[in-house]
Design a protein around this ligand. Structure first.
Ligand code: IPT
Length: 995
């Protein structure tokens, strides 16, 4: 065979064409034809670049006995982080380069289509036995994913080269394969022209990272099959059309249906497929040479009046953007990991996945069909890095790249079009503008009737949905109402106004956050044009690493000595790298719950937010708790409530519970699954409603006078010195309370769009305290302080009143801000200052520390998880308990975390057995924010990785009047104004009881 680009020298490295020698790699289905997996150990050698290629690399006789072994599939940089036994290697001992992370920027000069000489080359070889081919049979070598360009030899002969890392590639090797031993050799270039099309926000890792197989194609085998399975919701009738490249028959035993490929089959009654009812029918497509086992889901998609209808009913997308990642295996996932994602998605009420930003491992789509998720299948195209070159030479706008881009669209379509779960094609992500994108859309429209998505087509000139990323709620509201500003082209504007609107990315889940999910959800509820959104992103794409002390940690950009990197921006998921749900995920699950409860005084309103199913599968479990202790409970059945309908259910008549001083009684109602529903177990709670039934305000204990002791006073369990400092409480050493307005900046706070810079400018992180006076006042000790930062006029005057109340001590704090609280006051040369915006506060409260209270924490208030003003849908009022350690949320990049809101009392105990009091109880006059940490805020702020946080000898307690919201400024709108904390006079009061 001859090739335009020489294969021996890898001359295709700078070729803009998609490949040579390939054939269409259509979807494969389970078959009775032989399939030989070539996964497993391969011989491997990593060359430095094209100047370092193994001569005669494809030759059968090449002696590779001394080469390393590498697992296929895997990425070599990830595989090389471990030794042959799988143990992590320390920095400096990595075997095959290292992963590198950049978000937008290319990892090499923007010099298309060329790449630098520094271009590692992975050479893979494997010998295998093959039974040989019978007359007329074919053999096809199939690669599910190789990053980036690669060339292939079989038995010493070059068969071609390919690109399109996350798409399948096939080579017909019939002429080369033989009975007995065969040799396959694959040379993979880390960088190639194709890399310019693959600039997604993820780790740069290379190699044969998805499976490889050798497929025997029988005489008369079915190489391509296409299934169209429509459902008519008005008649219940299905229409099936199976097309094949050879004559074949179609059989669905369960429906007692059979027919001929190429001819429509009408079925009078089927159960349709939706994400809520993922009904699949097993079917057989048989030719004389081969039988395929396929699964068919009947469903119809249609856009009508700005709504996307599935089987005639509008749907709402409650989605996530999912990259394929595992902290130990990188971009290579096993089915168990994919299934784990499915379970997590389904148990958190998520119904849609955008496969950002490339077609996933095809087995994931099988799972989406089976378990029910709507999928936006996105093509492997992103050229974001050209933004740094003013989009000059951007491939989508350059005709030379057209063939490669069309090739990608065509291969995505061929591989994925039979999946009922795929409800939309996406051309790619962040690839700017250009005719090649429109040509991809044309190709998809011609070949399939699914809607086409591309967020970069802002005027919707060739796509079917209006899609945006990170638009703020205000703008989304305008779009929902259809009154958004028009596009320049009148016809395009009219078309766009008839399209459903999608937030293909929103609510950047980086670090602590996102805030304001509920604000978006309310808009989605209100405007039918809003099809929903996809949170960015599903998981923290961290990598398991070991530090110098041998401790494992989650690595991010920069941890691999990359010359250019984007640091923590890869740690922005709803699940942590080990797939533990973050508070952001629990919040999202509550916000998008398909069953919403509003608990009234004698009835509960139940809203069924499903699009297709009634609430048959659910029931209500209610309980009454007094101060967290359950006093009554029961179950309530649900009547027939159809999709998108609601009903009021009468509540049982309850006796007024007896309340002690300061107690509250709450009614909590959970919506629970009655029986197992696929991956969602019986008893799973999908939504909760609560209502305060009764409360008794706390009466303060009566005061007793302070007793002079030493240089200060004794007030119940407290010792206060003559400088007004609390020195001990219940015999435990104390770090005295100070006014605290600081939080360890979250990723959202510290981003340029966030408020962190203004907070730092006003010195909120470096407050100094001045004691103005300490006086004994009517038996209480009153301390006046002033707090402010160097160089800044804004600050706080605080009055602290300590009162002994029997064997306890009460503290009342009154905080009065003074000064301008304005950032950006830059004097001009004339000395005139221009005041900047008023600065709001991160938090407002007090922080102190105690010795030895390191064990359990109990509290009554919102929990069990952390919450913030704009992220509090998932938490419930009740009594919660955990350990000091588990009270912390272990964000991979340490930052403010763990705050519990609306806390009325809290108890912290020590693990040591001594004569000292085992427990501190804090009773709030009014409810408070409450945080307990085994380290200081400054430690949290200084640590770059969670593993660096080590418990100090004291437990740090912060009690807040309030804290600022979280927002999503790391990509998107900052904290919305209702969740700001303005500097205003505020008070807090607590009683400390030690027993
Ligand atoms: C947006 C990207 O599409 C996504 O891949 C990811 O990088 C995200 O940002 C940030 O994590 S693009 C951005 C410029 C809005």
């Amino acid at each position: 065979m001859t090739f335009v680009h020489d294969i021996e020298t890898a001359a295709f490295v700078a070729a803009v064409e998609p490949g040579e020698g390939r054939r269409v790699a259509a979807q494969i289905a389970p078959t009775d034809a032989p399939v030989l997996s070539l996964d497993g150990p391969w011989r491997f050698r990593l060359g430095e670049g094209l100047h370092d290629l193994t001569p005669s690399f494809g030759a059968e006789a090449l002696d590779d006995a001394n080469w390393d072994e590498i697992a296929v599939p895997s990425s070599w940089q990830i595989a090389g982080l471990r030794d042959a036994d799988g143990a992590l290697l320390p920095r400096g001992e990595w075997r095959y380069g290292a992963p590198a992370y950049t978000n937008i920027r290319y990892p090499f000069p923007v010099d298309p289509p060329a790449v630098p000489n520094e271009n590692p080359v992975g050479e893979y070889r494997r010998r295998f036995e093959y039974p040989g081919l019978a007359e007329g049979e074919h053999a096809v070598l199939r690669f599910e994913g190789v990053d980036s360009s690669f060339s292939v030899w079989v038995n010493g002969v070059a068969v071609g080269w390919g690109t399109g890392s996350r798409l399948a590639t096939e080579f017909d090797v019939t002429a080369l394969i033989r009975a007995g031993e065969n040799t396959v050799a694959v040379r993979v270039l880390q960088w190639s022209a194709a890399t310019y099309l693959e600039d997604q926000d993820m780790w740069w890792v290379s190699g044969i990272f998805r499976s490889v197989s050798l497929r025997t194609r029988p005489v008369g085998g079915i190489d391509e099959h296409r299934i169209r399975a429509d459902y008519d919701a008005t008649t219940g009738e299905a229409r099936l059309l199976v097309e094949t490249d050879v004559p074949a028959t179609v059989r669905i035993p369960e429906l007692a249906v059979s027919g001929t490929a190429g001819e429509p089959i009408v079925i009078s009654s089927v159960e349709p497929w939706t994400a809520e009812t993922p009904r699949l029918y097993d079917a057989e497509i048989a030719s004389p040479g081969e039988t395929l086992r396929v699964r068919i889901g009947f469903r119809t998609l249609k856009i009508v009046d700005g709504e996307l209808l599935v089987n005639g009913s509008p749907i709402r997308l409650r989605g996530v953007n999912r990259h394929e990642w595992h902290p130990d295996t990188g971009r290579t996932l096993d089915v168990a990991t994919m299934l784990r994602d499915i379970e997590l998605l389904k148990t958190h009420n998520i119904n849609a996945v955008r496969t950002s930003h490339y077609p996933p491992d095809p087995r994931f789509l099988d799972l989406c069909d089976e378990h029910g998720l709507y999928v936006i299948d996105e093509c492997d195209v992103e050229t974001h890095g050209f933004v740094h070159a003013g989009w000059v030479q951007n491939p989508p706008a350059d005709p030379r790249w057209r063939a490669a881009m069309l090739d990608r669209a065509e291969r995505m379509l061929a591989r994925d079009r039979n999946h009922p779960s795929v409800i939309m094609w996406s051309l790619g992500n962040e690839a700017g503008a250009g005719d090649n994108l429109q040509a991809m859309a044309d190709l998809l429209h011609a070949g399939d009737d699914r809607p086409v998505h591309y967020e970069g087509d802002q005027n919707s000139s060739y796509v079917d949905v209006y899609s945006r990323m990170y638009a703020a709620p205000d703008e989304v509201a305008l779009i929902g109402a259809g009154v958004e500003p028009g596009t320049p082209d009148v016809a395009a504007d009219a078309r766009r106004r008839r399209q459903p609107f999608l937030l293909c990315e929103y609510a950047h889940a980086m670090g602590n956050g996102p805030g304001a999910l509920i604000d978006y959800e309310r808009l989605f509820d209100r405007y039918p044009r809003l099809l929903g959104g996809f949170v960015w992103e599903w998981m923290d794409q961290g990598i398991t690493q070991v530090d110098a002390r041998g401790r494992e940690f989650v690595a991010y950009g920069g941890d691999f000595d990359e010359a250019l990197h984007d640091s923590t921006y890869i740690i922005d998921g709803l699940v942590f790298a080990d797939r533990t749900p973050s508070p952001g995920l629990t919040e999202y699950a509550a916000v998008i719950s398909p069953v919403r409860l509003t608990v009234g005084s004698d009835a509960v309103r139940v809203e069924n937010r499903h699009d297709h199913v009634s609430l048959d599968g659910f029931e209500l479990a209610w309980r009454v708790e007094v101060d967290g202790d359950q006093v009554a409970s029961g179950m309530l059945a649900l009547p027939e409530i159809g999709p998108r309908a609601d009903a009021d259910i009468a509540l049982p008549i309850l006796d007024a519970p007896a309340l002690a001083d300061g107690q509250q009684a709450w009614l909590t109602i959970d919506v629970v699954r009655r029986a197992d529903a696929d991956v969602v177990p019986a008893g799973h709670v999908v939504g909760t409603g609560q209502r305060l039934l009764a409360e008794r305000t706390r009466t303060l204990r009566s005061a007793t006078p302070a007793v002079a002791a030493g240089d200060g006073w004794r007030l119940g369990p407290a010792e206060i010195d003559d400088r007004g400092r609390l020195v001990s409480l219940g015999g435990r050493a104390v770090t005295t309370p100070v006014l605290d307005i600081w939080r360890a900046l979250t990723d959202n706070d510290s981003h340029v769009e966030g408020q962190g810079a203004r907070w730092l400018e006003l010195g909120f992180d470096r407050m100094l305290h001045r004691t103005v006076e300490v006086v004994e006042d009517d038996g209480a000790i009153r301390v006046e302080t002033v707090t402010g930062a160097a160089g800044v006029d804004s600050g706080f005057a605080t009055t602290w009143v300590w009162t002994a109340v029997g064997d306890a001590v009460h503290l009342r704090v009154r905080i009065r801000p003074h000064g301008q609280f304005r950032a950006g006051i830059e004097p001009t040369t004339l000395g005139v200052a221009a005041p900047g915006p008023v600065v709001t506060l991160p938090r407002l409260g007090i922080t102190f520390a105690l010795d030895g209270l390191d064990d359990r924490v109990r509290w009554f208030g919102l929990g069990p998880g952390e919450s913030y003003p704009d992220s509090r849908q998932a938490v419930r009022v009740g009594a919660h308990e955990t350990s000091v350690a588990a009270f912390q949320t272990p964000y991979a990049h340490p930052q403010e975390n763990g705050a519990r809101q609306d806390v009325r009392w809290a108890e912290i105990s020590g693990s040591e057995i001594t004569g000292r009091s085992p427990r501190l109880r804090i009773e709030a006059d009014e409810s408070l924010g409450f945080t307990v940490r085994p380290w200081r805020t400054a430690d949290l702020e200084r640590a770059t990785h969670a593993v660096q946080l080590e418990p100090s000898d004291r437990t740090w307690i912060t009690l807040d009047v309030a804290q600022a919201g979280l927002g999503t400024a790391s990509c998107g709108p900052d904290t919305l104004p209702p969740y700001w904390l303005h500097p205003q006079e505020r008070e807090l009061g607590v009683t400390f009881i030690v027993d």
